[in-house]
Design a protein around this ligand. Structure first.
Ligand code: GAP
Length: 512
């Protein structure tokens, strides 16, 4: 299966098994907005809990808040979003379709990279064991040609980005012969800036003065509450404030399913610190966050850092943690050293003092800040795409299984009476009653046991518990493991401990 096909299959799987539906589907959906179904919401909540507990429970100096989505409009002036939260847009005059100019160029660069990788794979097949990839990349004429082309376009792109040179964006697009995928033409408009914030009217009077924005990031809720939390929590620097919540962006190129949405959720933590110590904390949080990801067991090789060449207006260092999605390595999380940009601007615009008196140095200052920011939906996509497997079984059948990290699985155990009679449903219900306070369990009695196993595999349930006629006598049940498909006989009284040993989120947290 190609990566493209895998992605389509994944989207269909999400819908079929109640993970994700297009929003308002009966009206043909709403672009780049999705609903989480009965399975999706459980997986999403488990991801959020893993993050929240890792932040607020494992760090005594990090506390959480839940700020409003609507904020005073001046917030977005201070944060720079009114002036600078823009995407460079370009229209194709023939298809009337709109694109992000930077994305068109990045896609073009990605295609060159893909070509080089294909050439490497050809070499690997040709030379077998003796293949030396580094040497091949340095000497193969096709790769060298592509590399030169890549570097030329990349350097121009980085320079244009730095200078915010919209005319140069267009020139790169024209020089590279980038065409609209719909019309196939290069009949482009000029590139112009487009603000990504959604606005609406507050209260009943619809004039300009009442315009408020739907927050484009949760971070600003933390900055404006910083002084309240610091004072009421008697927090001493360094300390952090964590928040999980919705954010909204009028994305121009909203695509790749839940990778880029117009309504999405973020998990952000702002870590306030003494100016001058930010690089030390930036390095610590880079390491800490990578550990959190790798701890899930989805393969360290599927993550990498991507340090920013062009820094956002508020940052003096920034990196992305990228994950290997089905469409390649892409940003999953951002880690930014935001200096005192946000608190400094809020202090200035609000006229309120946001300084901290440091008892250790005897100085007052506006704290600096290191931010970690991850999209819940992107994390969901990372977990789901990595977990989806189509396995060939020895009997020739194929099984679709979600090998989710067990603590994140929506359903932890399925309780299945072998038949719907002879007192088996009653005993199965007893097992449900025993387990339901600790784990999200599902009771299923319809269809053959094989079909029920397949359904549970497809939603990633780590354990299937079958109650059979022997169970009535020996009070033991058959427990089937999702990944190995092995079965063992277990006394009902030992079920709770067995399931807990694999699915308890604390097992993951203890390894951090
Ligand atoms: N407060 C900093 C900030 O918002 P960002 O890089 O724009 O930084 C942080 O966003 C994270 O939020 C990204 O790494 C990504 O996981 C997620 N994210 C951003 N835009 C998104 C979108 N349109 N859809 C889904 N997730 C998004």
């Amino acid at each position: 299966m190609t990566q493209d096909e895998l992605f389509k299959v994944l989207v269909a799987h999400c819908k079929e098994y109640g993970f994700i539906f297009p929003s308002s589907e009966i009206y043909d959906g709403l672009a780049a907005v999705y609903d989480y179904g009965q399975m999706g919401v459980e997986l999403k909540n488990n991801i959020k809990q893993y993050w929240w507990n890792a932040m607020t429970r494992l760090n005594e100096n990090i506390v959480g808040i839940d700020a409003g989505i609507f904020m005073h409009p001046k917030t977005w002036v201070a944060s720079g979003h009114v002036a600078a939260f823009n995407d460079p847009l370009i229209d194709n005059k023939d298809s009337k379709k709109r694109y992000r100019a930077d994305v068109l160029i990045e896609d073009y660069l990605a295609k060159i990279e893909e070509k080089m990788n294909k050439e490497v794979e050809k070499g690997r097949r040709k030379f077998g064991e003796a293949f030396d990839e580094a040497k091949f990349r340095e000497t193969n004429p096709n790769i060298l040609r592509e590399k030169a082309r890549y570097e030329e376009v990349h350097n121009r792109y980085v320079a244009a980005e730095k200078a915010n040179d919209l005319a140069e964006y267009k020139q790169i697009i024209l020089d590279c012969g980038i065409v609209c995928p719909i019309s196939g033409t290069a009949n482009w408009t000029d590139v112009r800036q487009f603000n990504l914030m959604f606005s609406t009217q507050f209260g009943s009077v619809g004039d300009e003065a009442n315009t408020v924005y739907l927050r484009p990031e949760t971070a600003q809720g933390i900055f404006v509450d910083y002084i309240n939390v610091q004072k009421t929590g008697r927090m001493k620097i360094p300390f952090g404030i964590a928040q999980i919540g919705k954010a909204f962006r009028n994305e121009v190129v909203a695509r790749q399913f839940i990778f880029r949405m117009r309504e999405f959720e973020q998990m952000e933590m702002e870590f306030f610190l003494r100016p001058g110590t930010e690089m030390e904390w930036f390095a610590k949080w880079k390491e800490n966050r990578m550990k959190w990801h790798v701890n899930l067991g989805m393969g360290a090789e599927n993550y990498r850092f991507h340090d920013h060449e062009k820094l956002a207006h508020y940052a003096n260092a920034a990196t992305d943690i990228e994950f290997r999605f089905p469409f390649g390595f892409k940003e999953l999380e951002g880690i930014h050293s935001r200096t005192d940009f946000d608190l400094g601007n809020h202090q200035q615009l609000s006229g309120r003092k946001l300084q901290y008196f440091d008892p250790e140095t005897g100085e007052s200052y506006v704290p600096y800040c290191v931010e970690t920011s991850i999209g819940v939906d992107r994390m969901f996509l990372a977990v789901l795409s990595h977990s989806y497997k189509e396995e060939q079984l020895e009997n020739g059948e194929t099984r679709v299984v979600l090998c989710l990290p067990a603590p994140l699985a929506p359903v932890k155990a399925a309780v299945l009476p072998l038949v719907k009679k002879d007192g088996l449903p009653e005993l199965a219900q007893e097992v449900m009653d025993l387990l339901k306070y600790d784990f999200n369990c599902q009771y299923e009695e319809k269809d053959s046991i094989g079909k029920r196993y397949r359904r549970q595999d497809a939603i990633g349930t780590p354990f299937c518990i079958t109650v059979d006629h022997d169970s009535l006598q020996d009070r033991c049940v058959t427990v089937r493991d999702r990944d190995t498909m092995t079965q063992e006989r277990v006394p009902i009284t030992e079920l709770r401990a067995l399931i807990d040993s694999k699915v308890n989120l604390n097992n993951l947290l203890r390894k951090l």
